[in-house]
Design a protein around this ligand. Sequence first.
Ligand code: COA
Length: 178
Amino acid sequence: MPGYIIKTPRLGLRNWQPSDLEPFAEMNSDEAVMEYFPKTLSKEESLDLYNRLKEHFEKHGYTYFAAETISDKKFIGFIGLAYQTYEAHFTPCVDIGWRLRREAWGKGYATEGAKACLDFGFNKIKLEEIYSVTPLPNLKSVNVMKKIGMKKVGEFGHPNIEEGHPLKVCNLFRISKQ
Ligand SMILES: CC(C)(COP(=O)(O)OP(=O)(O)OC[C@H]1O[C@@H](n2cnc3c(N)ncnc32)[C@H](O)[C@@H]1OP(=O)(O)O)[C@@H](O)C(=O)NCCC(=O)NCCS
């Protein structure tokens, strides 16, 4: 098991490694993947995010993990947990998030990895609650949140998105340990 922090029947979730950079940057430059983000990312922005996700792992012992399919060791995107400090009524908190390369959609990978991350968050990191956030139009992401047992607890204007932007208002989902 090559450094997997979390293993599911089909997926290994691990810290980031240099070979992830190219497929990660390609994913972040895909307009379909980034439909519900303000913009696609340049190679430099992907490198910066890669470094931040690695540092997050080193600091906290979890991150939005690099995800690979165990059968062929292919990088498919990220699924994981992150400590969030942006200004909102529910922060600081730990959230769960996911972003997959397009060819990995529609296979149940996000849900499979996310369920294992909730288990890791509650039983290994001993979190009491985990949040998830997505702009209102991102129904694919909401679908994952519902399937892993999260409940909608409200909507809020994301402070990192400008007023009036179509992605400003986000769904807030939560799940607690009980
Ligand atoms: C959000 C995102 C990760 C969801 O990925 P996904 O592949 O649609 O999610 P899932 O893992 O739940 O799989 C979905 C479908 O796979 C199908 N599937 C196929 N084989 C399956 C299997 N073996 N087990 C389970 N489901 C399977 C299911 O039918 C499921 O669809 P349904 O829930 O409508 O029945 C993906 O769309 C993405 O990366 N989007 C861009 C980034 C993004 O928006 N991230 C979120 C920001 S908040």
